[in-house]
Ligand binder design. Structure first.
Ligand SMILES: [Zn+2]
Length: 228
C-alpha cells in the first residue's frame, strides 16, 4: 500500500532536485550529486572510525562503547552538509524527509524494534521550533515502519561542543539525559538517531543512560552523516 501511494505521489508530484531545481527521477535530489558524496567504507562497525579491513578497532575492543553498531549514510561534506545545516539552522524542516530517504537507502534495519531520536534541551528546541533528529525519526519511521519511541529527555544544556575534544565532550555530557524506563518495556533492540555524529560522545551518553535503566540489550547509533 505504501509503495503504491509513493508511486502515485511521484506521478502527481515528480521529484525535483532541491539544490539544482532540475527534474530528478528518484529522490528530491539529483542522483549525480549523491553519487559523488563519500561514504564510510573501511571503518570500524562499532564506532565508524577508520579501520583497516573494516574490523572492530582497538579502542572498541578495549573500551567498548554502550552501543554495538554505528550506521551512517555519508560523510558530512559537500551538498549534504548544506542540506543538514539548512534543516538545523535555516528553518527548513521539510528537508528531514529527503535526508531520511537518503539514509534509509543505506541502512540495514534488520532486528531493530524501535528508534529514539536524540533529544534537544527544551530551551533549544523552543528556540528552533523543532528537533531536527525527531523530524528525521518521524520520516524514517514512515519509510521503515519502525516505531519512534519517546521517553528520553535532555536535562542538561550542553552548549556547542564543536570546540571540545573527545574527553571534554564526554565530561560535558555526563548526566545529560534522563530516561523513562517504562517506555522501553519489552524492547530489546533499538537505534538512536541523530542528524550528524562527530565523536560519538552524545550517542555514548544516551546509550549508557538507556542501558543503565532499561532492559534494552542492543543499541545502534544511526546518523545521516559523520564528520571525518
Ligand atoms: Zn571502533
Amino acid at each position: 500500500m505504501r509503495a503504491w501511494l509513493n508511486a502515485l505521489e511521484r506521478w502527481f508530484l515528480p521529484s525535483r532536485c532541491v539544490l539544482t531545481g532540475q527534474g530528478s527521477d528518484h529522490l528530491d535530489i539529483a542522483d549525480t550529486l549523491v553519487a559523488k558524496w563519500s561514504v564510510p567504507e573501511a571503518v570500524c562497525p562499532v564506532c565508524c572510525e577508520p579501520s583497516a579491513l573494516a574490523e572492530v578497532c582497538g579502542h572498541c575492543l578495549t573500551q567498548p562503547p554502550a552501543f554495538e553498531r554505528t550506521q551512517v549514510g555519508f560523510y558530512f561534506e559537500a551538498e549534504l552538509a548544506d542540506l543538514i545545516h539548512a534543516l538545523k539552522y535555516r528553518n527548513q524542516p521539510a528537508y528531514a524527509r529527503l535526508l531520511a530517504e537518503l539514509l534509509a537507502e543505506r541502512l540495514d534495519v534488520a532486528g531493530v524494534e524501535a528508534m529514539v531520536a536524540v533529544p534537544l534541551y527544551a530551551k533549544r528546541r523552543r528556540e528552533r521550533g523543532y528537533n531536527q533528529a525527531e523530524l528525521l525519526g518521524q520520516a524514517l519511521s514512515k519509510i521503515t515502519g519502525i516505531p519512534l519511541l519517546k521517553g528520553v529527555r535532555r536535562i542538561k544544556d550542553t552548549p556547542s561542543q564543536t570546540l571540545l575534544n573527545a574527553e571534554q565532550r564526554r565530561r560535558n555530557l555526563h548526566g545529560a539525559f534522563s530516561v523513562d524506563a517504562k517506555m522501553f518495556k519489552g524492547v530489546e533492540q533499538i537505534a538512536l538517531l541523530d542528524d550528524v555524529v562527530t565523536t560519538g560522545a552524545t550517542m555514548q551518553a544516551l546509550a549508557h543512560s538507556l542501558k543503565t535503566v532499561t532492559q534494552v540489550k542492543s543499541i545502534q547509533a544511526w546518523a545521516v552523516a559523520k564528520t571525518k
